[in-house]
Design a protein. Structure first.
Length: 247
């Protein structure tokens, strides 16, 4: 489903990703953990081609791109791969001048070219799913952070991506609001959405992850089931990381 091979990314002379190999099967939830600055966000941004890797390859479903420093990647190639991914960021980034339902309809109409009626139908279904049907005609500023983030999840899902990437979707939220968002994410995971989640919430990783990936200094140091990573690791760096993260 997702196949990442030997991915490298540098900013100037600073190599941030140093050869990432990662496979995620359809329907799996992969949780990426690791210290600040280890390259987690950069990896997600590369998967979504918000950053263009310098070397390696990324395949998502049927689309595949091979990177080699000098070869230019065309906009069409970028759009083709990006079509398969949805992204939910730490901040909320809803369109502020659009109501909740319009936020969820927008991409369906402009990118997927579905009719307003169809887009609206799907938006209502997704709003019910994230528990926000009654907020459909509100503007983002009228919602709590947790509600905004649930709209962002519904908006990502409306595009029917093959995978949704989450970058610390709850880190800007109070615990109670974070729990609402985590609940929606756990449901998606249970329903078989393919997800890549960067989070400091080890409880989410324990409960929802099929695969936990520990990154340190631009490399995947350990990957396995939650049990392998949380209980059976012999890696000193990972043990140290787990001993200092709370949650
Ligand atoms: N656009 C950029 N230009 C230059 N350096 C960058 C850029 N984006 C990220 N970096 C650097 O890459 C390194 C990894 O950053 P990244 O944001 O991927 O880490 P992270 O694992 O997501 O950390 P955190 O847990 O704090 O979010 C950092 O040293 C950062 O300064
Ligand atoms: Mg980050």
């Amino acid at each position: 489903m997702i196949d990442i091979k030997n991915l490298h990314k540098s900013f100037g002379n600073n190599e941030i990703l140093k050869g990432i190999d990662l496979q995620i099967n359809k329907g799996e939830t992969a949780v990426i953990i690791g210290p600040s600055g280890s390259g987690k966000t950069t990896l997600l941004r590369c998967i979504n081609l918000l950053e263009i890797p310098n070397e390696g390859s990324i395949a998502i479903g049927e689309s595949k791109l091979v990177f080699n420093g000098n070869k230019k990647i065309s906009n069409n190639e970028i759009l083709e791969l990006r079509k398969g991914t949805g992204m939910v960021f730490q901040g909320f980034y809803l369109f502020p001048h659009m109501t909740v339902i319009e936020n969820i309809m927008e991409g369906q109409i402009t990118v997927l070219k579905v009719s307003r009626e169809e887009a609206s139908k799907k938006a209502l279904k997704l709003l019910a799913k994230v528990g926000l049907l009654e907020k459909k005609d509100h503007y983002p500023y009228e919602l709590s952070g947790g509600q905004q983030q649930r709209v962002a999840i519904a908006r990502a899902m409306a595009m029917e991506p093959e995978v949704i990437l989450f970058d610390e979707p709850t880190s800007a939220l109070d615990p109670e609001l974070a729990a609402e968002v985590m609940k929606v994410m756990k449901e998606l995971s249970r329903e078989g959405m393919t997800m890549v989640v960067v989070t400091h919430k080890m409880s989410f990783a324990r409960e929802a992850a099929h695969k936990v990936v520990f990154m340190d200094d631009g490399l995947i140091v350990e990957a396995g089931t939650p049990q392998q990573v949380f209980e059976n690791t012999s890696n000193e760096r990972l043990k140290q990381f787990l001993s200092i993260v709370d949650d």
